[in-house]
Each structure stands twice: as C-alpha cells, then as structure tokens.
Design a protein around this ligand. Structure first.
Ligand code: HEM
Ligand code: SF4
Ligand code: SF4
Length: 503
C-alpha cells in the first residue's frame, strides 16, 4: 500500500519539480520550511509583544492599535505571525505524511519519527494559546470551550471554566499565565525541534534561498492583501454563538460540541498513541539490506572520511584496535540506516587493488565491495560492443529498464555507495565510451546526503574523487528522479551519438 501511495506522491512532486526545479521544490524541504515558519512567527511575535498589553483589560485594545494604527508594520507583523503559524501546521502535516509514505520511520529512524510526535501537541498548544491572547469574541469562545475541555480532566474539576463565567472573575493573573505559556510552549517546541534533528548530520533546517525569499514575499503580500483582524471585543456577559474558526488550529473545537470533551480527549490520545507506535506497527521486512555497516580494521587507516560523510552520525573515530599510531572507524548499529554512503567514502574501496577478494575499511553486508566489483565486471562483460555504462540508484529512475547491448547498467541501493574509483575503473576500459552516474536529485535523496556527497566527490570537492584522466573526461553526473526518465534518456542519446561520431 505504501508503495502505491509513494508513487502517487512522486507524481505530485514531479509536477512541482517542473514548476520549481528540484532544488526549490517545497516537497523536498518541508522540515526546513517548518523551521522557517517557526522563525517568522518568532520574530513577528517578539515585535507584537513589545506593543501588547498583557493585562486582560488592555489586551484587545492593544491588538487593535497594533493592527490599525500601525497597519504598515504592526498590522503586517500580526498577519505574518498568524499566517506563518498556519503555514507551519500545513508543512508539518505534509512532512509527517511524506515521511510515512516514504517509509522513513522504520528501523533506526524510529527516533526521528517518535521525537516528531510531541511537536504536534506543542505546535497546536502554541497556536490555540495565541488566539486566546487577542481577547476578542473568538478568544472568548476558545477560552470557554478550552476551559470546559480541560476541566473534564479529573485533576482540574471545574476550576478553569469558573474563571470565564463573568468578566470580573477572569483574573489578570490567569491572563498573565496564558501570556507566559504562549512564550514557554514555543520555546519547548524549539527545544523539541532541535532534539528531533539531533541524530541527522547537517540537518536541513533552512530552505533553499530562493524558496525562502519567495515564501516570505508570499506571506507579506498575503498579510497586506488580507490582514489578520480581530472579531469584536470579548464580553463574558453574553454567549458567543457564531465565530469564524481557523480550521488549521481550531479544528477540534466543533468536535467538542458534537462529541463531548471526554470523547475528544479519547480521540486525540488514540491518534497520538497510534502515531507514536507507527515504527513498530509497520516494521517492514527485516532483510540483510537493513544490516548496518561493518568496519574491517585491517583495511581502515583512520582517515575519517566515512565519519565525515555518514548522514546519521552513526560513525565515531576511536584509537585503532591494533595499530597504535592510527585511528579507526566504529559504527553504532543503533544509528546506522544501512545507506551505504560510507562504503563510497573509503579510500581502500578501489577495484584497482590486485587482491582475490576485495575488502575495504567499511562495507555493507548486503552489498560488500567485492559484490560491487563482480557486478560491475559482469555488466561490462555482458556486451562486446562499445558501451555507455550507467551507475544508478534503486530509489531514483530505474536504470535497469534502459539496459541494452550498448547501455550497461548497475543499480545501487544509494548512489552515495559508489566509490569514484569504480567510475575511473569502468571509464578506463577501451570499450566504454562514457560513464553516467545518476540518482535522486540532491534535494530529495532518500538517505539525505547520498547525491550531494556524490556530486562533490565527482567534482573533486570532497574525498575520495576521480583520479584517472579517463575518469575525468568520460564520467558525467546527472540527477534524475523516478519520473525523470526522459531527461536521462536524452543525455544517454547524446553520449551514444558522441561515441558513434568518435568511432
Ligand atoms: C515542528 C515540527 C517539525 C519540524 C520543524 C521538523 C523538521 C525536520 C527536519 C528539519 C528534518 C531533517 C531533514 C533533513 O535534513 O533531511 C526532519 C526529519 C524527519 N522528520 Fe521532522 N519535523 C517536524 C515534525 C515531524 C513529525 C510530526 C514527524 C512524524 C511524526 C516527523 C518525522 C521526521 C522523520 C521520520 C525525519 C527523518 C528523515 C530521515 O531519516 O531522513 N517530523 N524533520
Ligand atoms: S551505512 Fe550510512 S548510516 Fe550506516 S554508518 Fe554508513 S554512512 Fe552511516
Ligand atoms: S573511510 Fe575507510 S579508512 Fe577511512 S576511517 Fe572510514 S573505514 Fe577507515
């Protein structure tokens, strides 16, 4: 079922790729957009706080002044605060759905998934609290409904609701507590967001610059065209009958009416529990493919390249187990996602070594280096005419589908697993007219950094890189997502034509 959903998702993302280019496709940076909207809400929130009257009698008036007297700045800030908070709900929800559909909650990724769940509660608590502070008719509605909702919990009795029965009984102290909570909850959210990305090296917490500016400009335009305004002032001597709800944050409130407080608590706790156990509910197949990387101390010289490249902080460097002057890589199996990117980092991972069985410093049990060499040679030997050789990635465009007598292909679990020396090795064969290295666009690498590191390695900006003249002249790197077959085939055609012209 997940693979059908993933195919649908890729189709939608493909449309955005065409409109935005993969680098700026918002689908590939939903987490980063979540961070961005958080910062917009924080900056605008700090501005609003300067002019906000934290006493209940002055709160409504102060928001009105900010909105109307200072419409060109305060008003825009208020709207930015509201719209950025709403956009955060949208992006975080899509982020959750995307990670689920792509199965990026399984195995050691349980931590990223589970640490995301409490963020949802904090996000909604922060947003709902914000509506409360305006102290207009909507705030009154929320205040009364939330108090009754919280009072359902046995430890509260009806103490909160009593506070909202009359204007006089709503104390300044309670209102100040709400203001304090509206600062404290986003602070906890921020701490939670940093814990959430802690296990990921160089987590992408800022969207691509053009996407960032475009999104900010859209928020500003929306704020000017459709400024956020208050409903009339709260008046607890009357009951609020009709209010215009923000369906992003306040979607549970209609349910309170139709289901009741206890039932809504039950529903929310059930959804949260269900979300929290997703990694164990859908564990996927436990195959050798998921086995963590293994270090072979005899072939590890302690260079630290794998340590630098591991996108999941799974590698540490320790004193070598028996060569006192060297360091050695050590893999924590509880953090390793079996991406294989470290196999592509190791300087000992070269097919030019003249050994019966090729073993490098760090390898994947499912796809050790010797298998990589054997499969490369097998693919080469399958044809005796000049060929273009393609190294691809199982999660990107399926290169094995374009294999023919003059196009030989090898698909890897992640293109980051490919040591550049293998491209050198293939390029040096006389029969090979060109080598194409392809995989998911860097912004959408399933293992986060596989394509980005590959691009840098082949450009010579990251170790290891191409070493032979043949490699430097014949190898080409081109990114093609699963739906971008025609781009790849077009380039292949030009490589084949160049080969025929040269012949
Ligand atoms: C405030 C809300 C959230 C923010 C700001 C946020 C942000 C991020 C960021 C920046 C990343 C790293 C992206 C990268 O560099 O590859 C990430 C990864 C991830 N997030 Fe979230 N996230 C949030 C909520 C959630 C929620 C609610 C879930 C699911 C329950 C979730 C699940 C994940 C998973 C599974 C990954 C790991 C992907 C991987 O291993 O490659 N996140 N998130
Ligand atoms: S396989 Fe990937 S996650 Fe595991 S140690 Fe190697 S680079 Fe890190
Ligand atoms: S890249 Fe290879 S040689 Fe370098 S530290 Fe890692 S395992 Fe050892």
């Amino acid at each position: 079922m997940l693979s059908a959903l993933a195919a649908g998702l890729h189709r939608v993302e493909g449309l955005f790729d065409r409109a935005f280019e993969a680098r700026f496709n918002p689908w590939y940076q939903l987490g980063a957009l979540g961070f961005f909207f958080f910062w917009v809400a924080t900056v605008s929130g700090v501005y609003l706080f300067i002019f906000f009257d934290t006493a209940i009698v002055g709160a409504f008036e102060s928001v009105e002044r900010i909105t109307h007297e200072q419409w060109y700045l305060g008003g825009v800030m208020r709207s930015l605060h509201r719209y950025a908070s709403g956009a955060m709900v949208v992006t975080v929800t899509l982020h959750l759905i995307r990670e689920f559909v792509l199965g990026r909650f399984r195995g050691v990724r349980w931590f990223s998934w589970l640490s995301g769940v409490p963020l949802l509660w904090l996000l909604f608590a922060a947003g709902i609290g914000g509506y409360w502070l305006v102290w207009d008719r909507l705030a009154q509605f929320i205040a009364v409904a939330t108090s009754e909702w919280i009072d359902w919990l046995p430890m509260f009795g009806d103490t909160l609701a009593r506070n909202f029965l009359t204007d006089r009984s709503v104390s300044d102290r309670l209102f100040s507590l709400l203001v304090y909570l509206h600062i404290a909850i986003p602070l906890f959210l921020l701490i939670g967001m940093f814990i959430h990305v802690k296990r990921m090296k160089l987590a992408r917490t800022t969207p691509a610059r053009r996407l960032l500016y475009g999104t900010l400009a859209a928020l500003v335009v929306l704020s000017i065209v459709r400024p956020a305004v208050s409903a009339g002032p709260a008046d607890l001597s009357t009951t609020v009958a009709i209010v215009e709800l923000d369906w992003l944050y306040l979607n549970t409130y209609p349910l309170l009416d139709s289901l009741g407080a206890g039932e809504v608590w039950g529903l929310l706790v059930s959804i949260t529990t269900l979300l929290a156990v997703v990694p164990w509910l859908f564990p996927g197949e436990q195959s050798i493919e998921a086995a963590p990387a293994v270090v072979n101390p005899a072939n590890c010289n302690g260079c630290g390249w794998c340590f630098k490249d591991c996108p999941y902080e799974a590698i540490t460097m320790t004193p070598h187990s028996y060569k006192p002057e060297l360091r050695q890589a050590v893999v924590d199996p509880d953090l390793c996602t079996a991406c294989g990117i470290c196999e592509g980092s190791c300087p000992s991972a070269t097919p030019f070594r003249n050994v019966a069985e090729l073993v490098s410093g760090i390898e994947m049990p499912a796809f050790p280096l010797d298998r990589l060499r054997l499969e490369t040679e097998r693919a080469l030997a399958a044809s005796n005419v000049p060929v273009v050789f393609v190294f691809g990635c199982e999660r990107a465009f399926a290169v094995t589908g374009i294999e023919s007598t003059d196009v030989r292909c090898l698909s890897l679990p992640c293109i980051g697993m490919l040591p550049p020396s293998f491209a050198d090795y293939v390029a040096r064969q006389d029969r090979v007219a060109g080598v194409l290295v392809t995989g998911c666009p860097p912004a959408d690498c399933y293992f986060r950094k596989g394509s980005e590191w590959t691009e840098q390695r082949f450009k010579g900006d990251r170790m290891p890189h191409l070493r032979t003249l043949a490699g430097k002249s014949k190898v080409r790197v081109l990114w093609a997502a699963a739906h971008e077959g025609e781009v790849l085939e077009r380039v292949l055609r030009t490589m084949r034509t160049a080969r025929e012209d040269a012949a």
